[in-house]
Design a protein around this ligand. Structure first.
Ligand code: UD1
Ligand code: UDP
Length: 378
């Protein structure tokens, strides 16, 4: 069986690495003698080895937004790097669509896997759908119910085009049911939990935050900001910066290039307790999250990592797709409101107990099981 995996943005390298490891494991357990044929039906359950063809759209391209993840997570060099780079949504997605289509015509895969909700996800799903190639969407069913977010458009379209909708939670399944999608919908858990389990071991052995970042455990806040709704709205961004400036604790801010460019343009003054650093690799980031007293973020992935690592999280957005983290009392939505942010930094206290959320770290092998066992239900 041949799978084309479409990736392009930082969190997708992390998610896809978990599934690539599961593919390696599947192939290790699949006898070499199993017949391999390219035209094996993708619809039949079979124990064939899986050939994965990695396609990097080039949406993220800086060393610390892309290559570092390939090195750390031992992801093989992509078979195709489309080098699309940055652009407006239409231009970027359109160029990806044309380039991915060419690859799919050559590779003729049995499946295309897309991850999450970026423009690379949208382009991959559209290109595959037009060529009648079955699509597996990992992290299906998430909704913010805010169609001003580019991600919301991407995930709705990707879900409606997909044959397998691999969901992290029951709420994601319910969201799909409400949109009339039930065929091919399954809860597999979250591949980011698999990724975190893989990282935690490496981090414990290799990363000392005192040595690497000159920080002490539990003595700082960790912040990330990159969502369009915060960066492209100067008032919101300035409100968040005002809140951070008025705090006294050390704040570590690994800065997304998008945010750096916009802050430079705004000539925004940051007080010295805010330590802006370049984006860090995955293992460094997990180490920083694990030792933070609290995390302030607008990232999707980091809200979940905060939960799993039992670090209180303040989400700098008005809504979240990861509502279970809020319902369980470990995540607080403050939007960009400075009073709410400052109050949460001082007073937000999650409960001592925590429910297990988003699977048990075996989501990647469940993804493969679903793909290899897929039988089209008429
Ligand atoms: C994208 C995703 C977002 C995801 C995020 C993960 C979309 C619509 N958004 O947002 O869902 O949460 O990735 O990080 O797909 N840039 C660089 N170097 C890079 C990459 C980006 O300088 O390597 C700068 C460029 O100025 C670019 C801007 O960042 O225009 C935004 O990059 P883009 O990939 O379009 O969106 P993200 O904000 O990264
Ligand atoms: N991340 C990282 N280095 C950083 C910032 C984030 O490795 O400097 C990791 C983070 O731990 C998480 C993922 O990138 O696993 C989240 O990506 P991001 O916040 O860019 O996107 P989102 O999850 O919001 O789509």
């Amino acid at each position: 069986m041949k799978i084309v995996t479409i990736i392009g943005a930082r969190p997708q390298f992390i998610k896809a690495a978990a599934v690539s490891r599961a593919i390696d494991e599947h192939n290790r357990l699949t006898p070499d003698t199993a017949p391999f044929t390219n035209d094996a039906s993708p619809m039949a359950s079979n124990p064939l080895p899986i050939t994965e063809v990695l396609v990097h759209t080039g949406q993220h391209y800086d060393e610390d937004m892309s290559a570092i993840f390939f090195r750390e997570l031992e992801i093989p060099e992509p078979a195709y790097n489309l080098g699309i780079g940055s652009g407006t949504h239409g231009q970027q997605t359109g160029e990806m669509l044309a380039a991915i289509e060419k690859v799919l015509i050559v590779e003729k895969p049995d499946w295309v896997i897309v991850y999450g909700d970026t423009n690379s996800t949208l382009a991959g799903a559209l290109a595959a759908a037009k060529l009648h190639i079955p699509i597996a969407h990992v992290e299906a069913g998430l909704r913010s119910f805010n169609r001003l977010m580019p991600e919301e458009i991407n995930r709705i379209v990707a879900d409606h085009l997909s044959h397998l909708l691999l969901c992290p939670s029951q709420i994601a399944v319910n969201n799909l049911t409400n949109e009339g999608i039930s065929k091919g919908v399954t809860i597999v858990g979250d591949v980011m939990a698999d990724a975190l389990q893989f990282a935690v071991n490496k981090v414990q052995h290799n990363i000392d935050i005192k040595e690497k970042f000159h920080l002490q455990h539990g003595t700082y806040l960790l912040t990330t900001i990159h969502r369009a709704e915060n960066t492209d709205n100067k008032e919101r961004l300035q409100s968040i910066i005002n809140a951070l400036n008025s705090l006294e604790e050390t704040i570590v801010l690994p800065i997304h290039p998008r945010t750096r460019k916009i802050l430079n343009g705004m000539n925004c003054r940051m007080k010295p307790h805010i330590r802006i650093i370049d984006p860090v690799g995955y293992f460094g980031m997990i180490a920083l999250e694990n030792s933070a007293r609290m995390i302030l973020t607008d990232s999707g992935g980091i809200q979940k990592e905060a939960y799993w690592l039992k670090v209180p999280c303040i989400t700098l957005r008005n809504e979240t797709e990861w509502v279970e983290t809020v319902e369980n009392g470990w995540n607080k939505l403050t939007g960009a409101n400075p009073t709410a942010i400052i109050d949460a930094v001082h007073n937000f206290k999650p409960p001592t107990e925590q429910a297990a959320l988003y699977g048990n770290g075996q989501a990647a092998s469940r993804v493969l099981q679903e793909i290899t066992n897929y039988i089209e239900r008429k």
